[in-house]
Design a protein around this ligand. Structure first.
Ligand code: 5AD
Ligand code: SF4
Length: 476
């Protein structure tokens, strides 16, 4: 789900995927044909939101709207929002000020707020932000064309209905953010865990799994179009469970992995996110037994201390999580594990913070997404606990966590020097058109010189000759 190593970014901007926040998708700045309508969409938050924007693009495409990256020529400006931390919401409010100016320059332009913040604030958004014409929650995107038509008649539209069934299974996403090689497939929506800090169960509703057949069909279609890697996406992929309505047989996540791995041996399968309580031996064996299922697990620990884990309602304690890590390395010694960590949760002591540091060292995470706790209105933690760790303390603890994780990432990467890896070429490296970038099965980024006749989508063997905490450098 995450493409970037946030250990490299500054403290103030801890979001899920720094490089992509606010990314705008769509065709370039080609002049509009007469009568043509264009939408502009900016996305924030997790990969699921970015995936949802592709579903929105598909729905709007059917309704006659084309994508544009030019704000000034858009008839409809959409912002797909995140509520996970206060900062994510602040960013959206700032963007709305910019959209307000565009709207003043081009009266008639409509502005819609989508996603988690729309769901959290509902119609209140229309009172708070006068420029907003549409407020649409994550399960109501099919209603967008109708709501847009209403808004064109001057009727502000709100649909924040959360569904128990909607998976958008039949909608073929428009690949807005594509490099043509790697893509995301949403396999489930919502979340039934009640982590006390988290707003997601309130903004994305109940957990539901998408038809396994439609997932495999999407993977097959992507492979046929030249894609070589898919990431199966969900808030909690290991609790995937879908019942075939014709046979009554059910498919669990391990079986789904095997089914997608069978699409083609040259299609890599990744997945995200795993809740430690749900990842089973059956899943680990499915990973081990399929060469094309990548040896990488994103296994958020959140805290290394059992008392804090209990307050967070994570349903495991330190020893249980450690046993899970042991099991992963036992079944797949070459597997990489990464994590999400929250520091400064309510009542966290200095000693308990030390437990998180020692967990990073124990699990030897290849990387982590690290945040300080941000209280979210309406969550169990906001109702039950006091957000009592002072901000300077939170920031200092976060910095210690980032420093340790960076050291460990650097060490683990340095240990790869001298080894050779199969790398899937994703495209030109950021810094030089003479180099490719790609990833190992463990999700480590490798930069290496191009050779004649190679192209993105090829698998090549690369020998590692140098490394930093975030990147391996290869030779041939
Ligand atoms: N404050 C800080 N971080 C949070 N996360 C979720 N809720 C909060 C919060 N209230 C983090 C968790 C989660 C990741 C997506 O965001 O680490 O795994
Ligand atoms: Fe943000 Fe969570 Fe919503 Fe994703 S599901 S956009 S991380 S609040």
């Amino acid at each position: 789900m995450y493409n970037d190593n946030p250990t490299l970014h500054d403290l103030e901007t801890k979001t899920v995927d720094e490089t992509k926040q606010g990314e705008v998708f769509g065709a370039d700045f080609a002049p509009k044909r007469p009568g043509e309508k264009r939408f502009y969409i900016e996305s924030y938050g997790c990969q699921m939101n970015f995936s949802d924007s592709e579903i929105v693009a598909s729905i709007l495409g059917e309704a006659g709207y084309g994508p544009t990256r030019d704000l000034e020529s858009a008839d409809l400006i959409l912002i797909n929002t995140c509520s996970i931390r206060e900062k994510a919401e602040d960013t959206v409010r700032k963007r709305l000020r910019v959209f307000d100016k565009v709207k003043q320059r081009h009266p008639g332009t409509m502005v819609g707020v989508l996603g988690c913040m729309a769901e959290r604030l509902k119609a209140k958004f229309l009172e708070e932000e006068k420029l907003v014409d549409l407020v649409v929650g994550p399960d109501a995107y099919r209603d967008l064309p109708g709501l847009v038509a209403g808004a064109e008649e001057g009727e502000k539209g709100v649909n924040v209905f959360l569904s128990r069934e909607e998976t958008y299974a039949d909608i073929s996403p428009v690949r807005l953010q594509s490099n043509g090689i790697t893509a995301f497939i949403s396999i489930m929506r919502g979340c039934d865990n009640m982590c006390s800090f988290c707003v997601v169960p309130f903004t994305r509703g109940r957990e539901r799994s998408r038809s396994a057949f439609s997932i495999v069909a999407e993977a097959t279609d992507l492979f046929d179009r030249g894609y070589r890697e898919v990431t199966l996406l969900g808030q909690n992929v290991d609790s995937y469970k879908w019942e075939n309505p014709e046979t009554g047989e059910s498919v669990n996540f391990a079986q789904l992995l095997a089914m997608t791995a069978a699409v083609d041996p040259a299609l890599r399968i990744r997945f995200s996110t795993s809740h430690p309580k749900d990842i089973t031996d059956e899943v680990l064996y499915a990973m081990r037994d399929h060469h094309n299922v990548c040896k990488y697990i994103h296994l958020p620990v959140q805290s290394g201390n059992s008392r804090i884990l209990e307050l967070m309602n994570r349903t495991y304690d330190r020893a249980w999580y450690q046993a899970k890590v042991d099991r992963i390395y036992e079944i797949m010694p070459d597997c990489a594990i990464s994590s999400d960590i929250i520091t400064g949760f309510c009542t966290e002591t200095e000693e308990e913070h030390q437990d998180t540091l020692s967990m990073i060292a124990y699990a030897r995470y290849s990387m982590s997404y690290m945040f300080f706790y941000s209280e979210r209105p309406g969550t169990p933690a906001a109702k039950k606990f006091v957000d009592d760790v002072p901000e300077p303390v939170k920031k200092r603890r976060l910095q210690e966590i980032i420093d340790l994780q960076t050291d460990i990432s650097r060490e683990l990467n340095a240990a790869e020097v001298g080894k050779s890896f199969e790398v899937l070429i994703e495209g030109d490296s950021k810094k030089s058109a003479a180099d490719w970038k790609g990833r190992t099965t463990q999700n480590r980024m490798v930069v290496f010189p191009k050779l004649e006749g190679e192209k993105p989508g090829d698998y090549v063997t690369v020998r590692i000759i140098d490394s930093t905490s975030a990147t391996l450098f290869g030779a041939r």
